[in-house]
Design a protein around this ligand. Structure first.
Ligand code: AHR
Length: 331
């Protein structure tokens, strides 16, 4: 009888050992600390806006605030975002937050997250999926509306000019910010017969790529054209465009090229104040608090609207920019 009891105790101990042995030390620590675990997949660090966006997320999803953040940067590659999401599923995180590089191609990986019962919150850019149940919520700006603000400014500024020569630098193709801002310009071109698109190039939201494509273009033309507007789809593209234009002898500012940009980061506002950027349309990168709001609503079991646009985005021209504004700009 004594032997039977000892065997039973040994079996129970072995089972307990197997159970705890399979569990990750991290998982056990999280349980103890009672943190909400967030798996977050970021596009990369292609722009100043993106860096500010990552910073905002890290600030909000800190241990002091009750979270464990597993943060992965995808270096501008969708495959890297897929792998990160799959790792988060394996780690059984509580929520997955994705800032997607492009809109398409997400169905399979989102289906896997849904089957694992993990809510997916999409931030900044959107995902284009047929089944809306794959996404719990979207937090981000209305980028078409941003583009419209730029187009309205162009219509007003150049209304008496018989021909307006425009260069368009697009962001990462198939990303929401590119699609919306490009669509607004397309509609402006269709509605204003005096607008003449000289060239359209891909700047991939980076300064280096924009400098390269702009320089190539200016080298390739027989004679340097009159350029009235360079419509850049973000600030880093605007920096690259200004650099290239100036190296070919163009002047950016009143009476010269009007560079239009989106984001309104501190450095770009400085360019705008100096006149090198004629118009800044704000795109707010500080999405951390809004994503947290969504997670807190979900935690409390309340109903959630699927789309939460970022409220209040402004437009700046050189005369709007004061020392105070620059000092207080958080990014
Ligand atoms: O998706 C938002 C855009 O992506 C920002 O305008 C840009 O700077 C970033 O890289």
């Amino acid at each position: 009888m004594k032997h039977i009891w000892i065997s039973l105790i040994l079996i129970v101990l072995a089972l307990l050992g197997i159970f705890y042995g399979f569990r990750q030390p991290q998982e056990m620590a999280d349980e103890e600390e009672d943190l909400i675990v967030i798996g977050m997949s970021q596009v990369g660090a292609e722009s100043d806006w993106r860096v500010a966006n990552s910073e905002s997320m890290k600030q909000v999803f800190s241990e002091e605030n009750g979270y464990r953040l597993l943060f992965e940067e995808a270096r501008q590659k969708q495959e890297n975002q897929f792998s990160a999401i799959r790792r988060f599923i394996q780690q059984q995180v509580d929520y997955i937050v994705v800032m997607p590089i492009t809109e398409i191609g997400w169905e399979s990986v989102l289906q896997e997250a849904k089957e694992a019962g993990i809510p997916v919150i999409v931030a900044d850019r959107k995902m284009d999926v047929e089944d809306p149940s794959l996404i719990t919520a979207h937090v981000g700006a209305d980028v078409y509306a941003e583009g419209r603000k730029a187009v309205i400014w162009m219509e007003e500024t150049f209304k008496d000019q018989p021909q307006v020569n425009i260069i368009h630098i697009q962001g990462t193709l198939d990303s929401t910010a590119q699609i919306g801002r490009t669509q607004a310009l397309e509609n402006g071109l269709a509605a204003n017969p005096n607008w003449n698109l000289l060239s359209r190039m891909q700047g991939d939201f980076t300064q280096a790529k924009t400098y390269e494509v702009m320089t190539e273009y200016l080298r390739s033309v027989d004679s340097l054209p009159v350029i009235d507007v360079v419509y850049c789809e973000n600030d880093n593209e605007a920096f690259g465009a200004v650099e290239a234009l100036e190296s070919f002898g163009y002047r950016c500012g009143p009476g010269g090229v009007a560079v239009i940009s989106f984001d309104a980061t501190r450095e770009a506002l400085q360019y705008c104040r100096n006149g090198k950027i004629a118009l800044e349309v704000e795109c707010n990168p500080l999405l951390g608090p809004l994503v947290e709001e969504v997670i807190q609503i979900l935690e409390s079991g309340q109903e959630l609207p699927k789309t939460n646009y970022v409220p209040k985005e402004e437009v700046f021209t050189p005369q709007d920019i004061t020392d105070e504004l620059l000092e207080q700009r958080p990014y």
